[in-house]
Design a protein around this ligand. Sequence first.
Ligand SMILES: CC(C)(COP(=O)(O)OP(=O)(O)OC[C@H]1O[C@@H](n2cnc3c(N)ncnc32)[C@H](O)[C@@H]1OP(=O)(O)O)[C@@H](O)C(=O)NCCC(=O)NCCS
Length: 180
Amino acid sequence: MGAITPAATLHLMLLTELVIRMGTQEDAQEITGLVNRAYAGVGGGWTNERGLVEGPRTSFETVADLMRRGTFLVGQERGARPLLASVYVERRDAHALYLGMLSVKPAMQARGLGRTMVQACEKFARNQGVFRLALTVLCGRDTLHGWYERRGFRSTGKRVPLVHGKGLELLTYEKELGVA
Ligand SMILES: CC(C)(COP(=O)(O)OP(=O)(O)OC[C@H]1O[C@@H](n2cnc3c(N)ncnc32)[C@H](O)[C@@H]1OP(=O)(O)O)[C@@H](O)C(=O)NCCC(=O)NCCS
């Protein structure tokens, strides 16, 4: 994907340069750890699934399998590890790019990384000639719903059950991308 634009880096304090690239199978283990820690809020962060969903969000096998179907975009400081952010994107139909497992390292949250990863998904979609993003958010995570709405996502009103979620539901959101 290349480096993000200077304007987008302004709010990324403490980072010299964020590079967003497509993850490879070699990244699968690290992505798994990043996603599980972010969703469980291990090490801080301002929003997570703790108290709503028990157990790890994903596994190495799932991430490796998803990489064969779609793409993980990963963000890291140029030339440095660990990975700071990741997001899964998959073209599930002709008109929309599905976005899932958006994760920012808890200690690095609230610095603009999540927003920047969403922008990278938009660029990825446009490059494929797709002008709609779709995702689901757990019902009850109101601050997160607001966060996606401020990114331009709108609820479709459609709810789907969370698999193994003991009655929990996910609300579907979409964002139409203008032709840049
Ligand atoms: C959701 C997530 C990806 C956001 O990433 P991030 O890097 O923290 O987000 P950003 O820095 O781009 O944005 C921070 C926003 O949170 C807001 N925020 C910060 N602390 C907050 C708090 N305590 N309560 C509410 N909002 C808060 C900021 O005002 C900012 O909002 P704005 O950009 O609209 O002004 C990240 O928190 C995360 O990985 N969470 C765990 C995994 C998860 O829940 N993923 C999404 C599943 S659908």
